[in-house]
Design a protein around this ligand. Structure first.
Ligand SMILES: Nc1nc(=O)c2c([nH]1)NC[C@@H]1CN(c3ccc(C(=O)N[C@@H](CCC(=O)O)C(=O)O)cc3)CN21
Ligand SMILES: O=c1ccn([C@H]2C[C@H](O)[C@@H](COP(=O)(O)O)O2)c(=O)[nH]1
Length: 282
């Protein structure tokens, strides 16, 4: 059975059985009819996925792997903050007339800073460090720029990534691991969506660096199930679980910036039925 299902079910049970409700609090998000979107939340969830064992896709319901990969390429490869560069409609409600979501996500990854070796943007610096100083403990991207927050339509949720390389005894190749810091997580709409995104990012960066994709540690500060999602989640976590699909990347692509969603190879993805029309709190 998929490890991602196991972790997802256990996280949902923790939230439903031991979480606290935000009802009565002043909350920001709204449902499309204007009602406040309350939630049951748990503080401080950590989930660990080992990509050497299996790909962390949920099988309780299918996760749109290609769209998820497209969004991660939009941020870290195309470095865009405009929904016209994105092939799905998931960000439409947060964009302005020009399609911009403000100084968020890809905009931050594209920002250049000075280093002793010259100017780099955030992603280029990660790739440079992995090549030149792989055991550095300073390999980070961070989109939570305080001075730009007022120009973001939604503050980044999954906001920082720290890469860390390990070398197992007797292993010739280095292993690349990742910590994803997420301040806020809509568990039903986006938990597995975010997990597969960063698993794919780890796989693409590892390929570029000539390393093995190792562990993804997902730290979630506020893991919540919105009130209108509770019955959907209760049904979802009772469903049968299946073995994880096999997910790989086109073996011919070696450069991080050459990846497209056509390079995603998914085999044997057996999953329960999709939950259609999940309402998203804006
Ligand atoms: N309340 C809230 N929850 C979120 O998850 C969220 C936001 N707001 N604001 C911005 C983005 C948009 N996100 C979303 C929104 C919808 C899907 C979604 O419906 N995904 C579908 C597939 C969509 C497709 O294939 O195009 C899915 O089945 O996972 C995923 C992430 C994540 N973010
Ligand atoms: O990648 C994402 C983007 C957004 N979310 C969710 C988490 C929250 O439910 C909302 C953002 O609302 P805040 O009030 O700014 O926390 O979007 C996600 O889970 N994953």
């Amino acid at each position: 059975m998929s490890k991602a299902d196991e972790l997802f079910v256990s996280m949902c049970r923790t939230i439903l059985d031991h979480g606290t409700t935000t009802e009565g609090e002043v909350v920001r998000p709204r449902w499309d009819d204007g009602a406040p979107a309350y939630a049951i939340k748990a503080f401080g969830i950590t989930n660990r996925y080992d990509l050497r064992r299996e790909f962390p896709a949920l099988t309780l319901r299918p996760t749109a792997l290609k769209s998820a990969m497209d969004e991660v390429l939009w941020i870290y490869s195309r470095k865009s903050n405009n929904i016209n560069d994105l092939n799905s409609h998931i960000w439409d409600q947060w964009a302005d007339e020009s399609g911009s979501i403000g100084k968020a996500y890809g905009y931050q990854i594209a920002q250049r800073s000075c280093y002793a070796e010259g100017e780099f943007d955030q992603m280029d610096r990660v790739l440079y460090d992995l090549e030149h100083t792989p055991f550095s403990r300073r390999i980070i991207t961070n989109m939570y720029t305080f001075s730009d927050l007022h120009e973001m339509n939604l503050y980044p949720c999954a906001y920082s990534v720290t890469y860390n390389v390990t070398q197992e005894a007797g292993d010739e190749r280095l292993t690349l691991n990742m910590v994803l810091m997420q301040r806020s997580q809509d568990v039903l709409a986006a938990n597995n969506w975010n997990v597969v995104q960063y698993a794919l990012l780890l796989m693409m960066v590892a390929r570029h660096a000539g390393m093995v994709a190792g562990e993804l540690l997902h730290v979630i500060v506020d893991a919540h199930i919105y009130d209108r999602h509770v019955p959907l989640v209760r049904e979802l976590i009772e469903r049968p679980q299946h073995p994880a699909p096999r997910v790989s990347l086109n073996p011919e692509v070696r450069n991080f910036y050459d990846f497209t969603t056509d390079d995603l190879i998914v085999e044997d993805y057996v999953a329960g039925p999709q939950i259609k029309g999940i309402p998203v709190a804006v």
